[in-house]
Each structure stands twice: as structure tokens, then as C-alpha cells.
Design a protein around this ligand. Structure first.
Ligand code: AMP
Ligand code: MN
Ligand code: MN
Ligand code: MN
Length: 327
């Protein structure tokens, strides 16, 4: 039986789910469950990110770098004396039906060998892809991009964002958005198709690390409503718990649509800015709309930051899928 809807229905609102670290008594904590540091394509160090989140009155911050947890230890260290709760997270690149989808693992164990090994595999592909992007841009007449992007990445993962910053700095485009449109997306000279984790693999890594899985910015994939429903349904069957309903990259209409999808699929709702640094003034840490009515927040679930319950949830779901497939 697809247990997810029922299971999620009976999840209680757990008093322990609230961080208990809100700075103003009687007010609910401020959550921001999606952010990036220099460990991936953010521009602030983990320490500076935590300080900025604290200055923005965030009580609970998830650091969710792309395909790496290298910033978690430093962020956790810096958050502790500030009384801020740092949720260890990661944003995993997943290939689903030849599209790239980002899956957040929230509350993952940053020392989990299974998750670390999975992410290392993705970074190996990233390294090859970065060189390939460089070769393709060189063929299109723009040399030195791989070296430029690597330099900006400062030893961390190399992402398309680094290429974009390099190309803007070299005057090849007016803005990061412009670079993506002209060079780094499908049918453009620097585009290389992603070959990331498959959904089942990503879910098994998150399960091993005791985390909760959430689809990041679901409205940003340019999918039709029916394809998005299929993604949400398959994700839920693999043990996915939630959708990021409120995101720094969602419009108000996106949020309303994703809230409806979330309710219809019986999933939990998450909220995160997807902050990458102060260079983008449109996205601010912790400045997020309230979750629409009828959405149950991830932190209200008894599974929140409960590794044993999260692990059990994903493996029950995955088992259910296998039994159905075998029927
Ligand atoms: P990658 O994981 O290396 O393929 O890079 C993906 C990252 O590029 C995303 O996480 C965003 O930070 C950034 N990105 C993707 N598309 C755009 C866009 N159209 N404009 C600006 N940044 C983008
Ligand atoms: Mn990014
Ligand atoms: Mn993303
Ligand atoms: Mn992100």
C-alpha cells in the first residue's frame, strides 16, 4: 500500500520540532532551510553565512550546498555560540527522466559514509563536466573559462555559477542570468547534459544519513503540471517527505500552486531562500512568506531531525514500491 499519505496524515505536531531557540519568547522560530556557502556556489564562507543568518534573525538555518557537506562542520561550530540551530543539509543533483532535479537532504549525518561516497561520485562527474564546459566554450572562441571558474571555486566544487561569474567578469555577458541564457543551458555552446544520481540512489543515501528528503524549488523545472505531479508521486513512493513550497526562486503564484500540489500529494512543506550570497539582492536570508494554509511544515512532523524515524520512513516507502513493482 502506498503508505505515505496516511503516514504523513498521522504525523503529530511535535513540540520538540520547534527549535526552542527563538530569540523572542512566544514567537515561532524563523526557519530558512536552503542556503549555500563557498563550499559550493555561494559566495560567503560557512562562518560568514551563519553570521549573516543570525543578523537576519534566522533561528534555524539549513546549509544545503550542492553535492558536498564540506561546510557543515564550520557552520555548526559558528552557530552554536549564537544560539542558532544549524540543520546539516545537502542539495543533491538528481537526473530524473533526462531532467535535472535538486533534492534536499535535511538533517543528514555529515559523517555518513554512504552519503559521502555518493556525493563524491557526483563531484567526480562535476570535475569532468567542468573541463568539458571549458573545452566547449573554447571551441566557441572563449578560452580560459575552466581555469577561471576553478579559480573562483577556490578548491570547492566547480558549478555553472562559477563559469557565469567568470564570463561576466571577462565582459562576455552583462549578468549571471544573461550568461546562463546565452551559454550554459540546453542548445547553447557551453551546455553539457547532467548525468547525476538517480532518484532511488539519492533517496538511499539520504536514508542512510537519517535525513528527510524534500524536492527543492519544484516550480523551477519548467515542467507541465502533470509531469510535476508524476515527479512528486514518484518521489513520494521512493520515500520523499516534502516539497519546498516557499522558495526564494518561487513567485507568489508558484507558491500557491506548489502548496496545492503538496496538499494533494499528502506531503510536508518546506521553506528556504536558496541564498547564494549578498550579490543577489533579490534573495535575502530568512525573508520568506509564511507557508500557505493547509500546509504542514517539515519541522512539525515527528520525523523532523529524527534519524531513526526518517530512515524507517524511506525504507518503508521504497519497500512498498518494490512490492508493487513485483506484483
Ligand atoms: P550546476 O549544479 O553546476 O549545474 O549549477 C546550478 C546552479 O546554477 C544553480 O544552483 C543556481 O545557483 C545556478 N543557476 C542555474 N540557472 C540559473 C539562472 N538561469 N540564472 C542564475 N543562476 C542560475
Ligand atoms: Mn546554486
Ligand atoms: Mn537548486
Ligand atoms: Mn540551492
Amino acid at each position: 500500500m502506498p503508505a505515505s499519505a496516511e503516514t504523513l496524515m498521522i504525523m503529530r505536531i511535535s513540540p520538540a520540532g520547534a527549535a526552542g531557540c527563538c530569540r523572542i519568547a512566544g514567537m515561532s522560530p524563523r526557519y530558512d532551510l536552503h542556503s549555500h556557502s563557498l563550499a559550493s556556489d555561494g559566495t560567503l564562507s560557512p562562518a560568514a553565512l551563519v553570521a549573516a543568518a543570525h543578523a537576519a534573525a534566522v533561528d534555524v538555518l539549513a546549509l544545503t550546498d550542492h553535492d558536498t557537506m564540506a561546510g557543515i562542520a564550520a557552520a555548526t561550530e559558528c552557530a552554536r555560540p549564537l544560539g542558532m540551530q544549524l540543520v546539516p543539509g545537502v542539495e543533491i543533483s538528481v537526473s530524473w527522466r533526462s531532467q535535472t532535479v535538486h533534492v534536499l537532504g535535511l538533517g543528514v549525518d555529515p559523517d555518513c559514509e554512504t552519503l559521502l561516497a555518493g556525493l563524491a561520485g557526483l563531484r567526480a562527474f562535476r570535475d569532468w563536466r567542468a573541463e568539458e564546459i571549458g573545452r566547449r566554450l573554447a571551441r566557441a572562441g572563449i578560452g580560459g573559462c575552466y581555469e577561471g571558474a576553478r579559480q573562483l571555486a577556490q578548491g570547492s566544487i566547480v558549478s555553472r555559477t562559477h563559469f557565469a561569474h567568470h564570463l561576466v567578469a571577462r565582459g562576455h555577458a552583462a549578468s549571471v542570468r544573461d550568461v546562463f541564457k546565452r551559454f550554459l543551458v540546453n542548445n547553447k555552446p557551453g551546455y553539457v547534459a547532467g548525468q547525476w544520481a538517480d532518484l532511488e540512489a539519492a533517496m538511499s543515501w539520504i536514508a542512510a544519513a537519517g535525513g528527510m528528503a524534500v524536492i527543492a524549488h519544484p516550480a523551477r523545472y519548467n515542467m507541465t503540471a502533470s509531469k510535476l505531479r508524476r515527479l512528486a508521486g514518484e518521489f513520494r513512493e521512493c520515500g520523499g517527505a516534502g516539497l519546498e513550497v516557499v522558495s526564494g526562486s518561487h513567485t507568489r503564484d508558484n507558491t500557491i500552486a506548489m502548496a496545492a500540489l503538496c496538499r494533494n500529494e499528502g506531503m510536508l512543506a518546506s521553506t528556504g531562500s536558496d541564498y547564494h550570497g549578498p550579490e543577489n539582492p533579490w534573495v535575502r536570508l530568512g525573508e520568506l512568506a509564511a507557508l500557505p494554509a493547509g500546509c504542514r511544515a517539515v519541522w512539525e512532523s515527528e520525523h523532523w531531525l529524527n534519524p531513526a524515524a526518517c530512515r524507517q520512513f524511506i525504507s518503508n516507502q521504497a519497500r512498498g514500491t518494490r512490492i508493487r513493482q513485483a506484483d
